[in-house]
Design a protein around this ligand. Structure first.
Ligand code: MG
Length: 235
C-alpha cells in the first residue's frame, strides 16, 4: 500500500487529541475524548497497544479483537488510576493489511471509506447516537448533520471494562483507495466532495485539499486521516 497521512488540530480546539496509526501494515485513526490530557492520552495509548500487539503479524480476526480488548483494558485502568485521565476514551478505526485481504477493526464514529472505481463507500457504521437514529429512521441523514446530539458516541475504547469491536473483511483490489478519518474531516467535508477530490487528484494533492477544505469549512474539531492506495504491482 502507498500511504498518505495528515492531521491538524483544527481552528477551534486547544490541542490535537487525534492520533494516527501508520505502522507495519496497520493504518488508521484514533479520536480521543475526555478531559484536559485524557483524550490525547487515550488515542495515543490505543495506537501504542495496537501497534505492539499486531505489528508484523498476519492479519487474524481473533488477534485483532484481543488487541482492541487489550487497548480497552489499558485505557480503562489508566483512567481509574489517575483522576486527570478519568473518563477518557477513544475511537479506533484501522485497516490491517494482509497478503490477500484487509481486516478492518472499528469502534466509535471515525470512518473507513473505500473508493473503488470512482465510487466512495463508507464501510463502517458510526457508533453514534445520531447514526443509530438514522438507522432506525427516526431522523434523516440531513437532520443528523445539525442534530444537537451529533457528538455523542455510543461506543468507545476505554470507557467500559469491555468493548465490542466491529470487524470487517475486504478484498485487495488494485487501484482501490481507502480513507480512514476522524469526524473532524467528514463533518466538515461532504462525501460528494471527498469523492470528487479523490477522483480528480493524486493522493498527496487530495490529502492537502481535503485538509484545506476541512479548515475552510470551519475546522471545529481535530482533523485526521490516512489515504491508502493498493498499487497494481501488489496484486
Ligand atoms: Mg473528533
Amino acid at each position: 500500500m502507498r500511504v498518505c497521512q495528515n492531521t491538524h488540530q483544527g481552528i477551534v480546539r486547544a490541542n490535537n487529541q487525534d492520533s494516527l496509526l501508520v505502522s507495519q501494515r496497520i493504518y488508521g485513526v484514533a479520536d480521543g475524548m475526555g478531559g484536559h490530557k485524557g483524550g490525547e492520552t487515550a488515542s495515543r495509548v490505543a495506537v501504542e497497544v495496537l501497534t505492539a500487539a499486531l505489528g508484523n503479524k498476519t492479519p487474524d480476526e481473533k488477534a485483532l479483537r484481543l488487541a482492541v480488548d487489550a487497548a480497552n483494558r489499558r485505557i480503562f485502568s489508566m483512567s481509574a488510576e489517575d483522576e486527570n485521565l478519568q473518563g477518557m476514551g477513544t475511537t479506533l478505526t484501522f485497516l490491517w493489511e494482509g497478503e490477500e485481504q484487509i481486516l478492518i477493526g472499528h469502534v466509535g464514529d471515525s470512518r473507513a471509506y473505500r473508493f473503488r472505481e470512482g465510487k466512495l463507500e463508507q464501510l463502517t457504521l458510526d457508533h453514534s447516537m445520531v447514526a443509530e437514529l438514522v438507522r432506525k429512521n427516526v431522523i434523516t441523514p440531513e437532520m443528523a448533520k445539525t442534530h444537537p446530539y451529533r457528538n455523542i458516541i455510543t461506543r468507545a475504547v476505554g470507557i467500559d471494562p469491555i468493548v465490542e469491536t466491529d470487524v470487517l473483511t475486504a478484498d485487495k483490489q488494485p487501484g482501490d483507495r481507502w480513507l480512514i478519518c476522524s469526524d473532524g474531516l467528514y463533518n466538515m467535508v461532504e462525501d460528494e466532495e471527498i469523492s470528487r477530490i479523490l477522483t480528480d487528484m493524486d493522493d498527496e494533492k487530495a490529502s492537502a485539499r481535503l485538509m484545506e477544505l476541512a479548515l475552510e469549512n470551519g475546522g471545529t474539531d481535530n482533523i485526521s486521516f490516512v489515504i491508502c492506495r493498493i498499487e497494481e504491482a501488489e496484486a
